[in-house]
Design a protein around this ligand. Structure first.
Ligand code: NAD
Ligand code: DAU
Length: 359
């Protein structure tokens, strides 16, 4: 039975990936999920699978070398899928240190421990593979309406978050070049879907709209992001590990560019369409809540992925179009009010007040 070590599996994409993998492979695989359970890690995301015999959760920090090497010593790990990271750009602007710690140093620990467990006299056993989950933000910003990010696009990160992810990508590249370390890197565009923490645009706007709070749109609202349904990202990661060429980088995206203001209006219109008149939350939802606020510092104008390589070499294509994915996502948040209440109680209020106080 193949054993996966997933880092950051209690977060948004990691938990969706674990659900995807169990739905696809059932009892054919074993998953060990190592997660520090920061503010972004939520065991509730994995409630429906936590009692499976072929699933193990280990609470540990990826910067803790002793804890990570123990996992490799005690388990014959075949695949590593490395999601664990600090992931929110606004937080990185306020407090970059932890981004360098987790994203750069934590990735270095993961690479070191995997190499120590796998390499024998410069050779790696067949089937051992490390996949580093990265972002399109490492490529910087594109001009309005012009060009795409390719795997060959030079790195030009602007935020502390993207700089730390670029640093982690470079480490993975260095391990591949220096030690012939069996890895892949995926650079994906913006994900949306169930279990996303409401500091990110889409769940934040859904949550605020339902409670009649203002919808804070940064700058002129015309920054463009390229949105992909999270299950399609999970599928791409699996396909890259199964069918991709080792040592290669693959960009992941579904050609779905939208301005932020378009996203916000789609959310409002979809909520008004889906919510029955009898639902008291409907009266709160209105375009009047849209409020243009101070822009994010160093705000990248436009992201757009060219997914040509992953399509051509591996045959990956997204299954979920945005018009369907956004409905699925909004319905999920409507049906999981309790999940949203739990993650927005306590520290989230403090975060929101601090982050949006002057906006
Ligand atoms: P997230 O913030 O929702 O989840 C991160 C997870 O990592 C959490 O469970 C957290 O507890 C865990 N974690 C954080 N620091 C840790 C540490 N030091 N040790 C162990 N666990 C730790 O993030 P996400 O949106 O699910 O992103 C997952 C990965 O995908 C990240 O590497 C991110 O850079 C990348 N990515 C995200 C997007 C996106 O749109 N969200 C797009 C492309 C790539
Ligand atoms: O592109 C991939 C990246 O997408 C990932 O690597 C990151 O982990 C992920 O957080 C995401 O980064 P963004 O900065 O693009 O996502 P965010 O949801 O924070 O913001 C999306 C856009 O919406 C961005 O242009 C900023 C804007 N925005 C965001 C928030 C939270 C607003 O206008 N208002 C807001 O309140």
């Amino acid at each position: 039975m193949r054993t996966y070590l997933v880092t950051g599996g209690a977060g948004f994409i990691g938990s969706n990936y674990i659900h995807y993998m169990f739905e696809k492979y059932g009892d054919e695989i074993r998953i060990i999920n190592v997660d520090a359970l920061t503010y972004a890690g939520n065991p509730e995301n994995l409630k429906s699978i936590e009692n499976r015999d072929n699933y193990t959760f280990i609470k540990a920090n990826i910067c803790d070398r002793a804890a990570i090497s123990k996992i490799f010593e005690e388990n014959d790990i075949d695949r590593v899928v490395h999601f664990a990271a600090e992931s929110h750009v606004d937080r990185s602007i306020k407090d970059p240190g932890v981004f360098v710690q987790t994203n750069v140093l934590g990735t270095a620990v993961m690479l070191d421990c995997a190499r120590a467990a796998w390499e024998k006299d410069g050779v790696y056993p067949e089937g051992k593979k490390f996949l580093h989950v990265s972002t399109d933000e490492v490529y910087g910003s594109l001009p309005e309406g012009d060009g795409y990010f390719y795997e060959t696009t030079p790195y030009a990160p602007h935020s502390p978050y993207s700089a730390s992810k670029a640093g982690s990508d470079m480490l993975v590249r260095a391990y591949m070049d220096t030690y012939h370390f069996p890895a892949n890197i995926t650079n994906c565009s913006n994900n949306y879907g169930p279990f996303q923490f409401p500091e990110k645009l889409i769940p934040l706007m859904i949550n605020n709209a339902l409670s009649g709070k203002k919808l804070p749109v940064y700058g002129d609202g015309k920054n463009v992001r390229d949105w992909l349904y999270v299950a399609d990202h999970a599928k791409a990661i699996d396909m890259v590990q199964e069918k991709g060429r080792l040592f290669e980088t693959y960009n992941v995206g579904g050609h779905n560019e939208k301005q932020n203001i378009e996203i916000v209006t789609i959310i409002i219109d979809t909520l008004l369409e889906i919510l029955p008149d009898s639902d008291p939350r409907k009266a709160n939802v209105s375009r009047d809540l849209i409020t243009y606020v101070e822009d994010r510092k160093g705000h990248d104008r436009r992201y757009a992925i060219a997914p040509d390589k992953i399509k051509k070499e591996i045959g990956w294509e997204p299954d979920t179009m945005f018009k369907d994915g956004i409905k699925l996502t909004i319905k999920w948040y409507l049906e999981n009010e309790e999940w949203m209440k739990n993650v927005t109680s306590g520290d989230y209020q403090k975060y929101y007040e601090e982050m949006y106080r002057n906006r």
